[in-house]
Design a protein around this ligand. Structure first.
Ligand code: ZN
Length: 310
């Protein structure tokens, strides 16, 4: 059996067409809901786009995975969710955005952070982030955005997300996020899960869940070994009857465009635009989420200036 299992893993991993996706499931008792995401491709895309070093890849990848799952928890089709992490460490901060279809994008302030492994020999994400806070902003199309801010209690991201759910939504959660980076800095595997206990959860269900979670010594190992969200779910909910409700593709997708950049320039106001034209003659705008460059020459800026004076 062991041998067959091994071969299957190799076969699946060799299949480059395996897409990133999230499954949503619920136990038969309806007391526990769970989301499991595989995000290897989208995290590798972010890694190569931003040229992140391993610890930055892990920090960004874990946050992208969390945001993809939290994105599909949003109620409205046009809702978006932003996770901001701000820390005093070398990484600086992380900004990640997801929509309700799990299209994510994000960046870190310092992609080249290079610090020693932690005492367990793992990428030191909390060391790179340092003391700070996590902010979740939900834009649900109303005039005001809402969300909540919590201090970082671990800086390893998963625990901080769980703490956010507890403080802002009073939901007890178990969160696991993992990114495994290869020697050549590429992403071998990335994934994560969010388990949420409903208020009417029974004591024995809590015990069974806690036992499984305490058996998971490494989230990256869990995904590296089981690969698909369905298999990972099987491990986590092995003592429960459950139903998979939903399967949603997740992708790295930037929303920048020339039009958006033009609007950003116009929003500077006519005086700012005038001095930009007079002093620099042209403008180069970089999208932080995908590093795309947008160049506006004098003629283009002049026509935006005309627009800004109406
Ligand atoms: Zn972009």
């Amino acid at each position: 059996m062991g041998c067959i299992h091994y071969n299957q893993n190799i076969m699946i991993r060799g299949d480059i067409d395996m897409k990133d996706y999230i499954i949503r499931a619920i136990t038969k008792s309806k007391h526990i809901r769970i989301f499991v995401a595989s995000t290897t491709n989208l995290v590798e895309k972010a890694r190569s786009m931003h040229d992140t070093y391993p610890v930055a890849t892990a920090a960004l990848g874990r946050t992208l995975t969390a945001s993809a799952i939290m994105g599909i928890m949003l109620k409205g089709d046009n809702d978006t969710l932003t996770i901001q992490i701000k820390g005093k460490g070398e990484l600086g901060g992380i900004v990640v955005v997801s929509d309700s279809k799990a299209n994510v994008r994000g960046y870190v302030n310092n992609p080249s952070v290079d610090i020693p492994l932690n005492a367990k020999g793992k990428l030191d994400v909390s060391g790179a982030i340092g003391k700070g806070y996590l902010n979740v902003i939900k834009d649900i199309g109303l005039k005001d955005t809402y969300g909540g801010q919590v201090p970082l209690i671990s800086g390893e991201i998963a625990e901080d997300i769980a703490y956010y759910f507890l403080k802002s939504d009073q939901i007890n959660s178990a969160v696991g996020m993992g990114v495994l980076v290869d020697r050549d800095y590429s992403v071998i595997v990335s994934g994560g899960f969010i388990i949420q206990a409903m208020p009417d959860i029974e004591e024995d269900e809590i015990v069974k869940l806690e036992n499984v979670i305490s058996d998971i010594s490494s989230v990256t190992d869990l995904f590296n070994e089981h690969i698909t969200p369905e298999k990972v779910l099987e491990v986590i909910l092995k003592d429960f009857e459950y139903e998979i409700l939903d399967k949603v593709d997740t992708n790295y997708k930037c929303t920048c465009s020339k039009d958006r950049m033009e609007r950003a320039l116009i929003s500077l106001g006519k005086d700012e635009l005038r001095s930009l034209i007079d002093e620099q003659g042209e403008a180069e705008l970089n999208c932080q989420f995908c590093d795309e460059k947008y160049i506006f020459n004098k003629e283009a800026l002049n026509s935006l200036y005309k627009e800004s004076i109406g």
